[in-house]
Design a protein around this ligand. Structure first.
Ligand SMILES: [Zn+2]
Length: 253
């Protein structure tokens, strides 16, 4: 079941996949829904899942072509295709800020999906915060854009979704050192004793540094959960998403 929360007056969803017959037999074609077009799955099938969600939420969804960049897109209502069945609302970015009545979505399969909400301006942001994005400070870039739009960080809320946890995210020496040099609290050990890094804890650290105190969590670990895709576990996996929006009278599901 998808985890749906109300955070700062906005609706936030972290999707789950249907339980599978065998965890060792996971592929993109077997775990649904899959929202990722950059997977081995058929594009037509992924597009169908995307359309279904837009129809269910009664609002257009902004999809991102994510590349682990620090690129933040801001969407104005006038730029949107109102056709819920359309897949046209796609931007090349790793964070997107949308107005009320529009859904922001971030695709994930181990990286951290972060939602940021401004209850006053009724803006939501969806952020793709993997290791690379965290290192490039994509959260700070997103919050800076919100502040430029008039947000006060003290009034912002955040929801941090399922990602690979520090007990499971094994990394090599070079990646570990670079990460820990940048984030002294970023190092950990896997449950089998090797070096790992902490994504969620550093995301929280970065949100707090930018002034956000109201932070909600969906604590599931993608690597350990049967109903979540993990790229580490299966590189051919699909993508779950984090989505968020302020429904308007027309878009209330
Ligand atoms: Zn884990």
């Amino acid at each position: 079941m998808d985890n749906i929360l109300t955070v700062g007056g906005a609706l936030v969803g972290f999707t789950r996949c249907a339980p599978t017959v065998s965890a060792s037999n996971k592929t993109a074609s077997q775990i649904y829904p899959n929202y990722g077009l950059n997977t081995p799955d058929e594009a037509a099938r992924v597009t169908e899942f995307r359309k279904k969600l837009a129809v269910k939420l009664k609002a257009p969804i902004i999809w991102m072509e994510q590349t682990h960049s620090a690129e933040v897109a801001t969407i104005k209502a006038t730029e949107l295709s109102e056709n819920l069945e359309s897949n046209e609302n796609t931007v090349k970015a790793d964070a997107v800020i949308v107005p009320a009545g529009t859904v922001a979505a971030v695709q994930i399969a181990d990286c951290v999906p972060v939602i940021i909400i401004d209850p006053t301006l009724k803006l939501v942001a969806a952020v793709h915060a993997g290791r690379a994005g965290i290192e490039k400070e994509i959260l700070a870039h997103t919050i800076t854009k919100l502040v430029a739009a008039g947000s006060n960080p003290k009034n912002l809320y955040s929801a941090v979704g399922p990602c690979i946890c520090e007990n499971c995210y094994e990394v090599g020496e070079e990646i570990y050192q670079k990460y820990v040099d940048q984030f002294p609290n970023g190092g950990a050990r896997t449950s089998w004793g090797t070096k790992s890094i902490r994504l969620r804890a550093i995301v929280v650290e970065q949100l707090k540094e930018m002034g956000i105190e109201n932070i909600y969590h969906d604590q599931a670990c993608t690597f350990e959960s049967e109903d979540l895709n993990s790229y580490r576990k299966e590189p051919a996996c699909g993508r779950q998403i984090g989505w968020a929006y302020f429904p308007t009278p027309e878009t209330t599901p």
